[in-house]
Write a protein that binds this ligand. Sequence first.
Ligand code: NAD
Ligand code: UGA
Length: 426
Amino acid sequence: MARIGVIGAGYVGLTTATCFARLGHTVVCADVDEAKVSALSRATVGAHEPRLAELVAEGLGSGRLRFVLGNRAALADVDFVFVCVPTPTGPDGAADLTFVDAVLDEARGVVGPDCVIVIKSTVPAGTTGRVAAVIDRPVVANPEFLREGHAVDDFLRPQRVVVGAPGPRGAAGREAAVRVAELYAGTGAPAIVTDSASAELVKYASNCFLAMKLSYVNSLAELCERVGADVSDVTEGMSLDDRIGGAFLSPGPGWGGSCFPKDTRALLSTAESLDVDFPLLRATIDTNHAQAHRVVGLVRDAVGPLRGARLALLGLTFKAGTDDLRDSPALATATLLAAEGAVLTGYDPCVSADCGPVRVLPSAEAAARDADGLVILTEWPEFADLDWEVMADAMTGRSVVDTRNLLPPAKVTEAGFHLVPLGRPT
Ligand code: NAD
Ligand code: UGA
């Protein structure tokens, strides 16, 4: 079993550290956020992630996991250092590597001669090679594919492990890449060991492909509305072709979160910087920007003029199953609705503080009180179980826009509501 240092205790770093400890490795996880380190040392996990707090407690109890403030203890006396710091969007759309570079500067001179530096943050193709050229240690790329809300399961049962070493296949770094792949032996996942640019690109290519599928289905849903087709039947028909598959074919208010928006922009920026025309990616992004406007149009058509209209928004995070509000399409929609003069209340099982223009209330019924219309923005299962007779008593208006096609149409319409789904006959 290995000694592992993990730099950054966010979604990826904390999951990586905790799950490697679960797999039997000894892990030191470092962060610069004092409050986070102190909470984690008491097994208090800020994020809504199933099983994570339980496994943090288990790791702390076993002595295989500890959290430290500042990076030194996670860089020295370890066999592997996993860099898991943010790579946000820079001013020109490219990934901003400031955090990664700062960690690598710190690592220089501290990590032992045989220590392998593993870049798990999502970084543009070529980054690992650039780092390896200026740091006298093995450096490999090992992108992460976990989904928020499923972080632990995705890490412990990944569909693939991808590791890349700089230079062509067969180069010296390959041995380090194989050693990194072996850390995941307990997961049973197939491993791809390749060059680092390919490994880095697998990450962007996957996220951008998924985003493209979603923009495609969001446009398809609009077309379905025009021709009187049902997008659910269309996507079901598509999904039975196993070359297409059924995942990521649900229309919604647009795709968001901390990664799809930034990774699509970063890959486009990489392509542009290399004079590669990638209109498909540009259209994927533009279609997504238009989606929030399309949802606002549907709400306007259903409710009438938005100035002064009271609207209840159910679901505020970027998807169900997470408390993450970063780049949330629900909030993008809320901002546009508020700009047209709508007065917004909201409810989300994972959000208690007001967000932007939305006054957050403790239940769906409370958010709906005196509302002229209601908009479903994330797919929390509890919204499908709402009592629509009770909602009808609470609300003034009778319009419901369901951007996730989650609600049972019969129950909603029987309670007297006009239900507007996406891509389905109303
Ligand atoms: P995050 O914002 O949740 O966490 C990053 C952590 O790094 C924070 O706790 C921050 O305090 C810490 N940090 C910043 N600078 C530091 C430094 N110099 N030293 C030590 N700690 C430092 O970020 P995240 O969501 O975990 O994303 C990290 C990377 O992983 C990004 O490149 C992202 O694209 C990628 N990624 C994220 C996900 C996801 O679902 N969130 C999935 C796959 C890949
Ligand atoms: C996504 C990828 O799924 C992960 O593999 C990847 O590791 C991660 O990004 C990352 O790089 O950070 P995540 O951001 O947790 O994971 O969210 P997803 O579950 O992929 O959803 C992304 C967005 O697409 C959400 O806004 C969601 O509501 C939307 N979506 C998803 C749909 O509108 N319809 C669908 O059918 C699926």
